[in-house]
Design a protein around this ligand. Sequence first.
Ligand code: SAM
Length: 889
Amino acid sequence: MDDFPHFVIGHHDSKRPLPVTSQTVQNAHAANYDMLTSPITSPHFQSRVLTLLSTYLSQAASSAEDITKTKNASPVAIPPLTPADTPLTPDDSISQIIGISSSWIDLTSPDPIVADISRQVLNLELAYAAFCGITYLLIPGPNLRGHGTSDSAIAQYGRAIMDALSQAPYVQIYIWQSILDHSEEQVKEMGDLSAFARQQFLENEDLDQQSRLDLFGTWEAWDIIRSICKYHARLGVALSMPKLLPPVAVQSRWYSEPVRLLTLDNKIFAKNAKGYPVLSRAHQAMISRFMRLRTPPWFLLCDVGSVPSSNSTDHDGLATNTFPTIAEAAQNPQLKDPTPQLSYMRNLQTKQPILTPLDKFGAGYQDYLQAPLQPLTVNLESITYEVFEKDPIKYAWYERAIARALHDWIEQGKPTSNPDGRVVVAVVGAGRGPLVTRALKASEDVSVEIDMWALEKNPNAFVLLQRHNETIWNNRVKLVKSDMRTWRGPIRAANNQPTSRVYNTEQDDSDDQDTQQKDDRTNSSTPAETGTFTGSPSLDSTYLLATSQPTNTPATPYKIDILISELLGSFADNELSPECLDGVQHLMNPVHGISIPASYTAHLTPIAAPKLYADITHGMTSTTPNAAEIPYVVMLNAIDYLSTTAGAGGTSDSTSSDVPSGANKPQSPSSVPSPPSYAQAHTQQRQQQGNNVDDANHPSSSETPQPIIGTTWSFQHPNPLLPSCSSSSSTSNPSQPPPPSSSTDPLPPISNAHNARHSTLTFPIPHRGTCHGLAGYFETVLYKGVELSTNPATMDAKSEGMISWFPIYFPLKVPLTVPDHSELRVTMWRKTDDRRVWYEWIVDVFISVGVGAGAGAKAPAAAGGKKRARRVRVGGSELHSSEKDACLM
Ligand SMILES: C[S@@+](CC[C@H](N)C(=O)[O-])C[C@H]1O[C@@H](n2cnc3c(N)ncnc32)[C@H](O)[C@@H]1O
């Protein structure tokens, strides 16, 4: 992969001399274009169709009857194409050509005859283009006439496209439309079929609506079309960029869609001081942003002048290979460069932010759905640990947290659980040992001696832990191979006499310390201290008895002062960290024990994710019937946040930024996560703003919509609701802590019900859209003031650059339409039956009607009046449940 994203740039000339020959294609390549467009049919064909239509209409003019309803849906049949009707020939250059279907048709015409003839034209053109071997076909978007989608003919358009997709199974069809619906943008040309629509069919047209600007109008039309076409994989968008770009909220919506082409008309280029065509910084920023997509769009330069021929003289009479005089060049910059817009775009390519190695690495994971890890039930491979270990932030933050905890332990004069005065530290779920290394380092950094234990259940990773102990850790670590929930905890060898440490004792003097250190070295060389443990009470005891010096004193169990784990999933608790840590909590120092992490929270926000929806629907449900009810780990890329703070400036009153109950105010925009690494890693949508964004056309950061992320629930460790215990006896249920030492009677078995959760969040939706699912994130407090976050609202502030986790995605089986100024209510459960854990989710949509409606999530009461807007449920999903893919405890 190159350091810069590569720009694929084509040339479109709406008045191109026909046909497009191999020579034209060669000229285009010589000029540094990648491809060319060609119309499928010629003006001859257009005039033939117009003649047929006008003849029919003149005969039918006297009748107001719509004969398509009663007699014949296709009263005018267009005969097949003739050689004069088309400039295309299937030759070698065809693969370099993007076909353009006729823009003079009107598939959405209210006049059924005009609409029907338009469909026939499209079908003829498509069939011939497919026959010739055209791979990409641009079809002009629906004629919205400033009506948005209120015009029912949009369904006709969608239906025609669906037919087109099935008719040409190898052609990629791109709907060519403007980024927003503005009637003034739509210019009628001579010979457009729309002009032939008869008056009786135009009567319902709402003239008041005709000049309106609808920011989400073309997006909504596209949404309907692709829904009719069932999110077809060969259907995309060619988006024309207007001179004045819409607000970032609108751009963000398109960012989530399959925009395969960005078309740039000559009109949108401004002239710089030297007279060269340039794009505004807003356009540059939008282009940069779209180039971060996993499938970046191509570009089409439209009506920027003809393609220079290698020996032509078509530039103001001068041969292009003739170097102009300085005076000529100064007067007309075109003379110096026959393709200045193309040169500008090529130059812009080199100005794109350089892809970092992480960008390159993460590229393969963008929008790639993966089943979450189940490290509790599945043993991870070394490569998976290796990817974890590349995280530049996570381990550094753990080390910081451990150092602070050790420092505080001593500072606060807490007694240690090991009578020798060393703070007892255990890493549970140690993997290949990176947290052990960090704990040892932290201990050295703050000069607090530790009694280091490391536990891992994965037998393969355990081999490496043993090797590290010999080669890196100098046998300072006591290793335990066990499930943490059945571990009986640290034990001291029978001959290992307790001694006091320099900390927290009154006999603190340097002589004592020296002695103790010497003792330590001696002790650490005993088999019990350097050996490994199975975690099984019986096996460990046997081992100790067999290897310890003969003594009458039994081995002594003791508690863990600082328990370190990293069992978090993309949604915090989805890899069953709560259940695992519950099972080991009874081994912690009951008064002073510290867990790193101390707590974690799970977060949600509704998103539009058409690609993920299409991938699940088309790619997975055939093999996995419940594919739409599985939470996936995915590096989100082509998505749009539906619940945002103000953003689409210029859209009347649609700026509600109310934060719903349970939703935290975002602190950073849909900004940029460092791209990621592996299955668990997270990133957030990178929003490229360009370098020096300062001109008036650029959306300021204040109008950049920021996602509203809700907090679903939290977990705390040690869990104060579990009975504390100083006994190390194990329990029959692994997640069940043993009874407190004070108790002589065993406690009744504790279920896992305390780890069930439930949350309802309501999100304001400022702009209409389609919800395909929920994006999930987490935050964790490792130790006071040291936090990790994948939540887009806080990740930069808390752990910028962390790459270990991708977000989680909870899909919806059926996309949910959400209107402007609506509310989306998410109800979510963490369920458990004491053997398994799974999630359930349901989404409802509300609007406010009546007085005060339309102001967003919390419509105020009318001034002085008692009436309030009424919330009305207008849609909702079914209940989704991942029970069939539940995590085993
Ligand atoms: C996410 S990995 C983290 C590994 C390592 N601490 C690191 O940061 O690279 C979680 C580790 O916990 C282990 N693990 C998960 N549940 C466990 C359990 N109940 N008992 C022991 N180990 C467990 C897994 O085998 C895995 O090695």
